[in-house]
Design a protein around this ligand. Structure first.
Ligand code: MRU
Length: 360
């Protein structure tokens, strides 16, 4: 696990298909699934077989490729098909912006033009998938170093959801910082929120930490604020599904209560994310679409109903943490302390040219 080769998704050129590690089956079984069609990719995303904001951005590119690769019959038909595929993938999960960032990168690419052959465009879409995978991996190591640099040298850290290798490639975002801090000898304890209702913390973060031989304890989500109040947590580090212009952050439901508790008890609350998780089209978090998950995910547990048959449920998968509760946002480019609209704009505009150049 702690080598750079582990990938939760990869393209198999012999079989000409995408392989994903089915995260629904973890931690008990490591099942690799072969995806050859757009419908399979949509299902994998919808059911959270693949998940985590950066990973969704990676899988989206391969999904587009799988959706168009068999399209024959000239440019007009191809462009129509491409629009349809992009629309379908855009309808899978609404909150993590990385998926949409990938779709937009395809739509705005210089090679997406009638002056290129259909075969060339298909190849470029595939290449973009490989490039985004490599970028996210590379950036995760920078996030990890940048984040570890601002931590104290003896910390008890609390994290939420899963933000590691499984969610981002490389070594992840928030969990990547924890790995790096552990490697430097800073980490005394890791508390892992179980992350109801799909248990990304208890199943996936625990699986990752175990494989890295990092001691951890799982806590129920509702215990976390009181653990912070009781002084057993020095820092909270989480990931992000979307960060908007003023620094508000959408992340897994339960993040907001951690931020409130961290603020109240004056411990740092750090958000870690690649710049692909920023959405500068929205001014604040109010307009971020929050995904509502199927009711069964809340009304049942391990496949068994836990509520009366008529029970209804409210099932937001994410919440918004306002920028004022965030001590720092860590990206591959550095650290934005006490984020606000000006600092975010300066941070993002610094590197945008590099991304544009890569697409030429
Ligand atoms: O519903 P999920 O499991 O896709 O939600 C994932 C999260 O909320 C993560 O914290 C976020 O995507 C950051 S991943 C590096």
């Amino acid at each position: 696990m702690n080598d750079k080769k582990f990938r939760p998704v990869f393209w198999d050129s012999d079989e000409d298909c995408l392989y994903i590690l089915d995260q629904r089956k973890l931690p008990h079984k490591e099942v690799w699934r072969k995806l050859t069609t757009l419908a399979q990719v949509e299902k994998a995303i919808n059911t959270l077989a693949v998940r985590g904001a950066p990973l969704l951005g990676i899988v989206a590119a391969y999904g587009v490729y799988l959706g168009v690769r068999k399209c024959r019959g000239g440019q007009k038909k191809f462009f129509k098909k491409l629009d349809e595929v992009i629309k379908r993938l855009g309808n899978t999960r609404p909150t993590a912006v990385n998926l949409f960032a990938t779709l937009r990168r395809i739509q705005e690419a210089k090679w997406l033009s009638q002056s290129f052959s259909v075969d060339k465009i298909k190849q470029e879409i595939f290449n973009l998938g490989e490039r985004i995978l490599a970028e996210e991996e590379e950036q995760s190591y920078s996030i990890a170093r940048n984040g570890a640099d601002i931590l104290d040298t003896s910390i008890r850290v609390l994290t939420h959801c899963n933000t590691g290798v499984l969610a981002a490639g490389g070594i992840g975002t928030a969990l990547g910082i924890i790995y790096e801090a552990h490697r430097r000898g800073y980490v005394e304890d890791v508390l892992v929120d179980e992350t109801r209702p799909l248990l990304q913390g208890a199943r996936l973060t625990a699986w990752e930490l175990q494989r890295w031989n990092i001691p951890y304890k799982i806590v129920i989500d509702s215990a976390a604020p009181s653990l912070i109040a009781n002084g057993v947590v020095d820092v909270v580090i989480v990931g992000a599904d979307r960060i908007v212009r003023n620094g508000d952050v959408a992340n897994k439901i339960g993040t907001y209560s951690l931020a409130l508790a961290a603020h109240k008890h004056r411990i740092p609350f750090i958000v870690a994310a690649p710049t692909s998780s920023f959405d500068l089209s929205l001014i604040d978090g109010e307009k971020i679409e929050i995904e509502l998950r199927p009711k069964d995910e809340v009304l049942s547990f391990a496949g068994k109903s836990i509520a009366p048959p008529q029970a209804r449920a409210f099932t937001p998968a994410f919440d918004i943490t306002p920028a004022e509760l965030i001590s720092a946002i860590v990206t591959e480019r550095g650290v934005i302390e006490k984020p606000d609209i000006h600092k975010i704009s300066a941070h993002i505009s610094r590197g945008s040219l590099a991304i544009d150049m890569a697409e030429l």
